[in-house]
Design a protein around this ligand. Structure first.
Ligand SMILES: [Zn+2]
Length: 102
């Protein structure tokens, strides 16, 4: 499993995230509450803006369930809250202190 071939700091800037002296961004694979879904997922993206639903094809889903009850909400590749799909996995950015990795 390899991280996305996109510079994490560049992706963070494009996503409008702040940079901090002494820190950099790294990719990390999302824990179990995000997962990708196969091509052909018949659901539509649940992202809603100004009461207009995106409606694009779902490529990943977030478990919004509580108290042990699963409720998977699907989103398209453009609406993963800054996350990225790569190698069948959902990746997110993590801010890491420079000293932690050479
Ligand atoms: Zn969408």
């Amino acid at each position: 499993m390899s991280a996305p071939p996109i510079d994490p700091d560049e992706h963070a800037r494009a996503d409008g995230r702040a940079t901090h002296d002494g820190y950099h961004y790294e990719w990390h694979e999302e824990p179990a509450h995000w997962r990708s879904t196969p091509y052909g997922d018949p659901r539509q993206c649940r992202w809603t803006e100004n009461r207009i639903r995106c409606g694009s094809a779902v490529r990943a889903e977030l478990n919004r369930g509580r108290a042990g009850k699963d409720r998977w909400w699907g989103y398209c590749a453009a609406h993963l809250f800054g996350r990225l799909l790569h190698d069948g996995k959902v990746w997110s950015l993590r801010l890491v202190a420079d000293e932690e990795t050479p």
